[in-house]
Design a protein around this ligand. Structure first.
Ligand code: ARG
Length: 460
């Protein structure tokens, strides 16, 4: 067995079970790019500070670049007995260049190293997610533009409520994703501080320059407190919280599309390219991708809960428990990226069934609130008008008709204030025309919302 990098004081080698149980290479090898970046910045700083020679620095950097090349070409031998990504790369560097490699870990611990890698990795992950979020927003806006004037039932309690323009509904999701993106941007800014040089927990007496490595790696500044730098994981907790909120939003979108694709609603038809079938029922065409968007949100929420539970009650500073922080983060990122991608693809492959929607609109008295507003405009106090329209609806129910089918005499029998102009307020088309408040579903309001998003998504 090869001696461990930390093996000096040990008289026995660890058992196979311990080796298997404590390794993290099986998953933290994903950090290799950032580990190498961090090591190159560290070696450059060590040379600049006179802690290693320029020629040692050069052979370290050349060696690390060669290791990166080998990893990317699948020529690198990842070894479980070398525990994690950091020791795999350092040991391979030693195999390759000998003596100079032994100087790389000067004024560094795996504790600050792993966090440097992890923050760099998360920073890149956030950038990827932001891109994917924008793509989903663009896809939703595209879908909205294709169905600009389509009126659909709006629901509360999943009961017919008021008519809305479809773009209005779709833009609600665009707004949610915009805030999700904003949370990631905030989180990225708070995350972007450099742990490197905090060493195990206490810093070092060697003359390092933490500002130099921080700059080289594109961080805003070094973290101020070395104990904090190696022990806290709030940057990933915040990241996973943001992902969990995004996942909840996407699960709602998924639910809506699953529901609308059902025979009962029948409002949308997803294309075959985004549907799957049944192994037994030949007629089936299921909206599985969006069911899985709904389902996978569970993992993203679970990942956050795992990490919160992991960190709860840990004493300062680094504890090996913290090695368990990687998998939930990798899982959360991979899952959320998949959810965003497939939601965008679904959006681009939906047809709204105009006829079916048209047939649905008359039911449920979607124009009742507009009618109440009509009475308010005539000077009736809202509570009274609510009651008058309520009684008009009851009359419709008994006659099995819509509000616009009631004759003026019938309406007047309920209250004399009704006039001929009432029919301009009835029916969903008329009703939509009456909405005018900022942010409402009125055509002009929705058109300006659409305009806002088209411009915003083009320019950023
Ligand atoms: N693989 C470890 C982790 O992910 C690296 C840090 C190990 N530090 C230590 N003192 N054993 O947390």
């Amino acid at each position: 067995k090869e001696a461990k990098l930390w093996g000096g004081r040990f008289e026995e080698s660890v058992t196979d079970a311990v080796e298997r149980f404590t390794e993290s290479i099986s998953y933290d090898k994903q950090l290799y790019k950032h580990d190498i970046m961090g090591s190159i910045a560290h070696a450059s700083m060590l040379a600049h500070q006179g802690l290693i020679s320029a020629s040692d620095r050069d052979s370290i950097i050349d060696g690390l670049n060669e290791i990166e090349r080998r990893i990317e070409n699948g020529e690198f031998n990842w070894r479980t007995d070398r525990e994690d990504v950091h020791m795999n790369i350092e040991a391979a560097l030693t195999d390759m260049i000998g003596e100079p490699a032994k100087k790389l870990h000067t004024a560094r611990s795996r504790n600050d190293q792993v966090l440097t890698d992890f923050r760099l990795w998360c920073r890149d992950a956030i950038d990827k997610i932001l891109k994917s979020m924008k793509h989903l927003q663009v896809s939703l806006v595209t879908l909205a533009l294709k169905n600009k004037d389509l009126i659909v039932p709006g629901y509360t309690h999943l009961q017919r409520a008021q008519p809305v323009l479809l773009p209005h509904l779709l833009l609600a999701y665009v707004e949610e994703i915009e805030r999700d993106a904003g949370r990631l941007v905030d989180c990225r800014a708070r995350m972007n501080f450099c742990p490197l040089g905090a060493c195990a927990l206490a810093g070092t007496g060697l003359p390092i320059d933490r500002f130099m490595t921080s700059d080289a790696l594109g961080f805003t500044a070094p973290l101020r407190n070395s104990i904090d730098a190696v022990s806290d994981r709030d940057f990933v907790l915040e990241f996973l919280s943001a992902n969990a909120i995004t996942a909840v939003h996407l699960s709602r979108l998924g639910e809506e599309w699953v529901l609308w694709a059902s025979e009962e609603f029948g409002f949308i038809t997803p294309s075959d390219s985004v549907s799957t079938g049944s192994s037994i029922m030949p007629q089936k065409k299921n909206p599985d991708p969006m069911e899985l968007v709904r389902g996978k949100s569970a993992r993203v929420i679970g990942d956050l809960v795992t990490l919160l539970t992991l960190c709860k009650g840990l004493p300062q500073a680094y504890n090996r428990d913290l090695q368990e922080d990687k998998e939930p983060v990798f899982d959360s990122v991979k899952t959320i990226l998949g959810m965003l991608e497939v939601s965008a693809e679904f959006a681009l492959n939906i047809t709204y069934n105009q006829e079916r929607i048209q047939k649905a609109l008359p039911a449920g008295h979607l124009d009742a609130t507009t009618l109440a507003d009509y009475l308010v405009k005539k000077g009736v106090p809202f509570r009274t008008s609510h009651d008058i329209v309520g009684r008009s609806v009851a009359l419709c129910t008994s006659k099995n008709c819509q509000l616009l089918d009631l004759g003026l005499d019938e309406l007047r029998s309920i209250n004399a204030v009704f006039d001929e102009d009432v029919y301009e307020f009835l029916g969903v088309e008329n009703s939509i025309k009456k909405f005018s408040s900022y942010g409402s579903t009125g055509s002009a309001c929705v058109a300006s919302q659409l305009d806002y998003w088209v411009k915003k998504l083009e320019t950023n």
